[in-house]
Design a protein around this ligand. Structure first.
Ligand code: GLC
Length: 706
């Protein structure tokens, strides 16, 4: 008899429900608090899993109670959000996405897993796979932007990275694909708000990343807080039991989001905690995160025959199987270090710096403002984010510590030790808004007047990004705009450095600054990475993973829209668009400048026909026609042919990258598959393919049938 079958045969109901419960251990980033009641709850068998407990000593203490002081000695799952690094904090996922580099996405997850496992973590609530097309939603920061294909590639890379050599390896941490699903489509960009979508959009945009994660072997899935067309995801049986478990044969664990089962009462679909527990368990949810809904509701639900013991056992079995796959029964302490956390290693910092550089997107660069000449003698570094430390970690930095951060000012001073680098914030972030007495501006403006160049470091405090941080505006919060315009009015060359968890609609700034960098929140190596790009030690290679609006009034705005019968047109009155404003983004998906320029030529597509789909291999020559080294990212878009339903005007089908020295030419090969819905039904000729830096600058290429 298997261990799991044996345990199921001897467990009491309390012990079974304990395995379906995950309690928060109250750990703060600076140190866990495993006070009395958590250890008592573990000892009694009513809590079989924890979240938010990190640190070798703390996790060992809790695990030892579970293994040595309970009747059956079942080890705990120890969950933690490792969203973009554990101790070594990398750029937020939206920034990491800008590198379009699955190899590095996997690398950062691998390093994070090693650090988290050493801290006793065995399960992480990542990767976050929510496609987001509305920057008002604060959690756009935690995902990879607007395209499902990018999110799908990210899913595979992160599952591989976190799992490493396999879940039973000491440095693996189990992954959770979240938030299932369509959380990024919340009404009006308000977090937790209802979601309404067509089945087609659900199937083509929001489900694919979760399918990719399941096929890559993700260990768990977390339903979103939201409802979809009135059905809360936490009790959405047709998507959980149906699409996920039956359709994709997903046999992993489904973990509710924080207190989400109990919140079914607030959704209005459950009269009380008993009905909430019943709905969630029968829909396929296995673990109740921090809600105690199963603990309070399942005994009565069983008594009233609302659920059966088979339902309970099926969930307990999946939880125990995950603990077995992680090797917790044999090695409950896994790779947890015996000492406290080591300092961040140089290799880790080198990776963090490399990945941060590649997250930076050069949005605009007048002439050759950037890179800054090495002879730049006097620089004014101003703005509330110039010397910000904690903000560089972003809104969800787990075990990261502000003390480990290299600020923008630090990085500049390290890179230009001989230059005079003066700093004044000008305005300060105060309770998440940039309010300050005018006199702080005067001091900053004085510095700018006599500087060779001004680095204007503005954006959002990290607290205005991430969960429960939706905004109604995409402008700079607080008094930053007044300050920035005063700086611009001085007439000195201004380089705007934007730090944010979302695209910011600031055309008034980007049109006037001599250059603008989107730097997201770059993590512990922010300052060095920004200095590397500003000084040309690293050519900017980042590309926008999300359309960058001119105004919040354009939102949602994304490249994969259907044309409608009267597409956007500047010339025709009866066309889709605004009477008072442009309809195009300020910077399109895929946009990003470098310090050189590239030309594309000789694109040839060879097609090998299949039954359900056609494999298309594109070969295109790329030349570096500019003065400096650069890396080009080529996006392959497919335009639809006639089809029974209207299709998005562009679909991203492939991405290729090539690094070239000045004058060098190389050949990129990108392959893609074109499904039946993307081929005209009539003559089966492939649609036109776009190849280029981004949808709006792409050159339309005829497809040559190979
Ligand atoms: C949350 C988040 C989820 C996270 C969980 C545990 O509120 O929605 O993403 O994994 O809590 O911290």
């Amino acid at each position: 008899m298997s261990r799991v079958d044996h345990l199921l045969g001897v467990m009491t109901l309390t012990e079974k429900i304990g395995q379906l419960t995950m309690a928060a251990a109250g750990s703060a980033v600076t140190g866990p608090i495993t006070g009395g009641n958590i250890l008592a709850l573990i000892r009694s068998g009513t809590v079989g899993n924890l979240l938010n407990l990190v640190g070798p000593a703390e996790t060992r203490r809790a695990q030892r109670v579970a293994v040595e002081e309970t009747r059956l000695g079942i080890p705990l799952l120890l969950g933690f959000d490792v969203i973009h690094g554990h101790r070594t904090i990398f750029p937020i996922p939206l920034g990491e996405a800008a590198s379009f580099d699955p190899g590095r996405w996997e690398q950062t997850a691998r390093l994070a897993a090693i650090e988290a496992a050493a801290d006793g973590v065995s399960l992480t609530f990542a990767p976050m796979l929510d496609v987001a097309r509305d920057p008002r939603w604060g959690r756009i920061a935690e995902g990879t932007g607007e395209d499902p294909g990018v999110a799908s590639r990210y899913a595979v890379a992160k599952v591989r990275g976190f799992h490493g050599a396999g879940l039973d390896s000491a440095t693996a941490i189990a992954t959770t694909a979240k938030h299932f699903c369509a959380y990024g489509a919340v009404t009006a960009g308000r977090d937790y708000a209802p979601v309404d979508l067509s089945d087609r959009t659900l199937a083509e945009v929001y489900l694919p990343p979760f399918e990719a994660a399941v096929r890559a072997g993700v260990a768990a899935v977390m339903p979103a807080f939201t409802d979809l067309a009135g059905v809360p995801m936490t009790s959405h049986s047709s998507l959980l039991n149906g699409w996920l478990r039956t359709g994709l044969r997903f046999d992993g664990v489904i973990i509710s989001d924080y207190n989400a089962i109990a919140e079914l009462v607030m959704h209005g679909v459950a009269a009380d905690i008993v009905e909430a527990a019943t709905l969630a368990l029968k829909a396929g949810v296995d673990i109740d995160m921090m809600g105690d809904a199963f603990g309070r509701g399942l005994p009565a639900a069983l008594e009233r025959g609302l659920v059966s013991m088979e339902h309970v056992d099926a969930s307990v079995r999946r939880v125990l199987r995950l603990k077995e796959r992680l090797g917790l029964f044999d090695r409950p302490y896994r790779d947890a270090a015996t000492t406290t956390r080591a300092a961040i290693g140089e290799d880790a910092r080198a990776l963090a710096r490399d990945v941060a550089r590649r997250a930076i997107v050069l949005l605009a660069n007048e002439g050759t403002t950037l890179p800054l000449p090495a002879t730049t003698a006097r620089i004014a570094v101003v703005g509330p984010l110039a010397d910000a430390r904690a903000d560089m970690l972003g809104p969800w930095s787990g075990a990261g510590r502000a003390a480990d951060v290299v600020t923008i000012l630090d990085g500049l001073r390290a890179a230009l030790p001989k230059a005079r680098i003066d700093h004044e914030p000008g305005v300060a972030f105060d309770d998440a808004f940039a309010r300050s007495a005018p006199d702080q501006m005067a001091a900053a403006l004085d510095l700018c007047r006599s500087a060779d160049v001004v680095l204007l470091c503005v954006g959002e405090p990290a607290a205005m990004s991430g969960e429960a941080a939706s905004r109604s505006s995409l402008d700079l919060p607080g008094r930053q705009r007044a300050f920035a315009e005063a700086v611009l009015d001085l007439g000195r060359p201004v380089v705007a450095i934007l730090s944010s968890g979302r695209p910011l609609a600031v055309p008034w700034l980007t049109d006037r600054a001599a250059a603008t960098l989107a730097t997201w929140f770059l993590g512990i190596e922010a300052g060095h990475a920004i200095a590397d790009v500003l000084l040309g030690h690293h050519a900017p290679t980042g590309r926008l993973p999300v359309s960058w609006p001119r105004s919040v009034g354009q939102v949602p705005i994304f490249f994969g829209q259907r044309p409608g019968g009267r597409p956007v047109s500047r010339d025709k009155r009866s066309s889709s668009g605004y009477r008072d404003f442009a309809s195009t983004p300020q910077f399109p998906f895929g946009h990003g400048l470098s310090y050189t320029h590239f030309t594309l030529s000789n694109a040839v597509a060879t097609v090998s026909s299949g039954t359900m789909a056609e494999a298309v291999d594109i070969r295109v020559d790329v030349a570096n026609a500019g003065p400096r080294f650069g890396e080009e990212t080529v996006f392959l878009f497919a335009a639809p042919g006639p089809s029974p339903v209207s299709r998005p005007v562009l679909s991203l089908k492939g991405i290729g990258k090539i690094a070239l020295e000045p004058g060098e030419t190389g050949t990129l090969r990108i392959s893609m598959t074109v499904g039946p819905s993307e081929r005209p039904l009539r003559n089966g000729v492939l649609p036109a393919l776009f190849v280029g830096q981004s949808a709006d600058t792409a050159a339309l290429l005829d497809v040559v049938r190979g």
